[in-house]
Design a protein. Structure first.
Lengths: 434, 219
């Protein structure tokens, strides 16, 4: 399947991040057309396009918008989730640095469609260069009369605020993000009520991922039929894939949904040193790992689910034969332990105890019984917490045991570093200085 | 340190940007770190005053988020991603080299007060692993020796460019950018590099493109 640059098509134009550069390639044409349409027609168009959320869950975007009650007399809000922090996910930050106006144009069109007068772009605090690029784009759009009062003479008013987070993975969870944006500790809320009914300031709120919103101008400008030429019936459209790990040419590759990992690997120059894929994750550490047996599974929401995993963020991480799966899983659990917000006991305590047990295996002195204890603890966390962080924390271990049980058994005697020389997995092997 | 009138005015300005003033608390705490170099009791008090909430409420928020520190960070914050992908691809060795060079462990300031070292979680730059940050600006594709060299150059006061962003300033300057979400550096440095263009270049070389645009054909 060929690569199909859309969001990334003009990233080599040095001024694409400016409003003039973006306009040279047709930027803000979609907005002009959108403001002449009925907002419901835009919601209908996005529904018909079949666009699904690119943040990980894959929920149909138009359907989410349609849940916002109209004529309810309450203010509506759009919140862009730009808190990209999922281990392995590295596509929203590049979009914001390279093509911030696609996001801003998408924000204006989406806000108009859901009848929001205020939009917030919540960007994780650790990426000032993405924050300044988006803030610069918002300022330019405001100066051009595309944000503010009576946009392009349409009578529609919109304010856009760029907001910095402060270091908390959990704020990528949409209700935790709302609490954080209201100035509280970022802890998830129980659903229902869903944000579409009671979100920011208890008002109807749509929360969408950066890449999802960046799709909107292209769909509105080029049409549903054009969009549906990409992908499958259930997974239409294109995807900004970010391929990382032990490949010769890691980077951003935009392709239709349905491309396979083997094809993406080809574009990324293959596994380094002619090596082999030991395991890979299609979209973040929160989705179950796959092996080289799964390289020909189409990267769609439905095919990944059928293979026992999820498309997630669509940012595959590739690990070659030099990597200890015990060490990889332990490190991910250390991450979930650090990032658990502490609200729900199964997640807070479970991530703590599982991490402690896994660290014993990493150092070569776990016991076979403890493998069952970890499996049991994972079952106690999954589905028993407010949000998906608990479920995510319970994912890496069972997935790894499915394919690499022997390595965990070996780790009852032999540490991960003895089984696999850590230096061999470095990308600068040989360049290590003492 | 006492919070200046100017900072209090800026805190109020941030609070006025939102439909509900408390929404500004995270940016306000970034402004406190910019002015104070850490989250101080005085800074917490100034946020509480500006928002009409208690210092305990502000403290409760500030302790939740990893980027807020309760000790002087110093001139530069150094982050090394040691999450699975970066760590196993070499971030562990980068962290070890920096820890040895600076003589500090995780989430600690160096003895001379110039650097703060931290093992950070995924920085959303996995394509550029192993990743380091200086004052949260990207330092992509580092090695132990290149990372130590960066710190040495900063120690000597030399100019250091981010690999995807402007030249390094200092920790407090970045915190100010985070508070106001804006600075005048959007045009500085490189933000789109070879790895971000990898797929586009393959597509160009092999003559691949997205299906043509409907109205481009018409007109």
């Amino acid at each position: 399947m060929p690569l199909t640059p859309v969001i990334t098509e003009h990233w080599d134009a040095p001024d694409l991040y400016t409003i003039d550069g973006y306009r040279r390639f047709g930027g803000y044409r979609a907005l002009q057309g959108a403001l002449k349409k009925d907002p419901d027609a835009i919601i209908g168009m996005v529904k018909d396009s079949g666009l699904r959320g690119r943040g990980g869950a894959g929920f149909p975007t138009g359907l989410k918008w349609s849940f916002v009650p109209q004529n309810d007399g309450k203010p509506h809000y759009l919140v862009v989730n730009a808190d990209e922090s999922e281990p392995g996910a590295c596509k929203d930050i590049p979009i914001m640095m390279a093509n911030p106006h696609a996001l801003v144009e998408g924000v204006i069109i989406t806000s108009y469609a859901i009848r929001a007068g205020h939009a917030f772009i919540y960007i994780r605090g650790e990426v000032p260069n993405a924050i300044r690029k988006v803030a610069n784009a918002v300022r330019q759009a405001r100066e051009a009369g595309l944000i503010g009062k009576n946009i392009l003479g349409s009578g529609y008013d919109l304010e856009v605020v760029v907001h910095s987070g402060a270091g908390a993975y959990i704020c990528g969870e949409e209700t935790a993000l709302l609490d954080s944006l209201e100035g509280y500790r970022g802890q998830p809320r129980l659903k229902p009520p869903f944000p579409a009914v009671a979100g920011l300031y208890a008002s109807p709120t749509v929360i969408n991922n950066v890449e999802t919103i960046a799709n909107i101008p292209y769909i509105v400008d080029r049409g549903v039929d054009w969009f549906r030429q990409f992908g499958t019936e259930k997974s239409p459209g294109f995807k900004v894939f970010a391929v990382s790990g032990h490949v010769n040419r890691p980077g951003i590759f935009e392709a239709p949904l349905g491309i396979t990992m083997r094809e993406l690997l080809g574009y990324a120059g293959g596994v380094r040193g002619g090596g082999e894929v030991k395991f890979w994750l299609p979209g973040g550490s929160s989705v179950p790992m796959l092996t080289s047996e799964h390289l020909d599974v189409p990267m769609t929401y439905e095919d990944m689910a059928a293979a026992g995993t999820m498309l997630g963020t669509g940012t595959p991480m590739i690990f070659d034969q030099t990597v200890s799966v015990v060490k990889a899983v332990t490190r991910w659990l250390e991450f979930y332990k650090h990032e658990s917000c502490g609200k729900c006991t199964p997640c807070r305590e479970g991530t703590y105890w599982i991490t402690g047990m896994l660290e014993k295996f990493e150092h070569g002195h776990g016991s076979a019984e403890e493998l069952d204890t970890i499996a049991s603890a994972c079952l106690q966390i999954g589905g028993r917490s407010f949000c998906a962080l608990g479920d995510a924390a319970a994912t890496p271990y069972p997935a790894a045991m499915k394919f690499f049980r022997d390595e965990f058994i070996a780790a009852t005697q032999t540490s991960a570093d003895e089984q696999f020389d850590p230096v061999a997995s470095y990308v600068f092997a040989g360049a290590v200085t003492r | 340190m006492a919070i200046s009138e100017e900072t209090r005015r800026e805190l109020a300005e941030l609070a006025s940007r939102y439909p509900s003033s408390r929404s500004a608390l995270l940016p306000m705490l970034h402004l406190v770190q910019s002015a104070e170099g850490e989250i101080t009791v005085e800074g917490i008090g100034a946020c509480a005053d500006a928002l009409g909430i208690t210092p305990a409420e502000v403290t409760g928020v500030s302790t939740f988020y990893t980027m807020y520190k309760r000790k002087q960070v110093g001139a530069h914050h150094i982050g090394v991603c040691t999450n699975t992908l970066c760590g196993l691809l070499g971030g562990d060795a980068v962290y070890a080299a920096l820890s040895e060079r600076l003589g500090v462990g995780h989430d600690q300031p160096s003895a001379d007060g110039n650097f703060w070292l931290e093992r950070i979680e995924c920085q959303a730059a996995c394509t550029h692993a192993p990743v380091m940050t200086v004052d949260w600006e990207f330092m992509d594709d580092v090695t132990p020796s290149s990372a130590v060299d960066i710190v040495d150059r900063l120690s000597r006061g030399e100019r250091v460019e981010s690999t995807r962003g402007p030249a390094i300033r200092d920790f407090r300057a970045t915190e100010r950018t985070l508070a106001f979400s804006e600075d005048d550096l959007a045009d500085e440095g490189v933000s789109v590099d070879d790895k971000m263009l990898a797929g586009l270049r393959v597509a160009r070389e092999q003559g691949m493109s997205a299906p043509s645009i409907p109205h481009a054909q018409e007109g």
